[in-house]
Design a protein around this ligand. Sequence first.
Ligand code: COA
Length: 187
Amino acid sequence: MTEDKKFYRTVKFSQTTITELMIPSYANFGGKIHGGILLSLMDKAAYACASKHSSGYCVTVSVDTVDFLQPIEVGELVALIASVHYVGNSSMVIGIKVIAENVHTSTVRHTNTSYFTMVSKDQTDQIKKVPGLILESKEEVKNFLDAMKRKEIKEFYKKELKKLGDEPHSEEHDMDLLKHERCQIVH
Ligand SMILES: CC(C)(COP(=O)(O)OP(=O)(O)OC[C@H]1O[C@@H](n2cnc3c(N)ncnc32)[C@H](O)[C@@H]1OP(=O)(O)O)[C@@H](O)C(=O)NCCC(=O)NCCS
């Protein structure tokens, strides 16, 4: 892994905004914008931001908290604002804020914020150390600390999920858990 301990960059250096008009071909059968279209745009914004920060090629490793709680309409202008929230050694957490604007009424909605973990790679596909981050505001410090906390929670969650697969099952206990659920056991 390449080492340069003195190399740091500001959040502003790589902050990226992608704006895209929501055209009819992006819509689902209900006339709202497909979640997959938004995910693809978010990934693009995350890549642009991460590759600027690291001056190179990056891959998406993980995507957190993608909740589509508000639909986006055809004709709206969507802005995806990407900024580096956290850097590890080769990884960067990019926060993507999604803003939808109705151009007729000038109404602006913040529809969601998601976090993409991107890893920097060199030309031989090996992971590469990324520049550190210069935090210039209280918000940037908060974003960095929140990302550290989310990383910790993810580690805990990963361990709990692993235990789930390994735990022995008792039929009596399972039946008790399923008693009030909306399922029918037919075997
Ligand atoms: C990303 C990748 C290089 C990680 O490989 P690995 O063998 O797990 O490498 P490491 O364990 O050294 O992890 C590298 C970094 O990724 C981070 N990472 C790995 N898995 C992660 C996960 N699930 N969530 C968040 N970060 C993760 C590690 O914490 C580490 O960060 P750091 O260097 O800042 O400490 C490898 O999994 C890969 O190439 N994946 C495919 C990526 C891709 O093709 N994406 C497009 C999908 S369509």
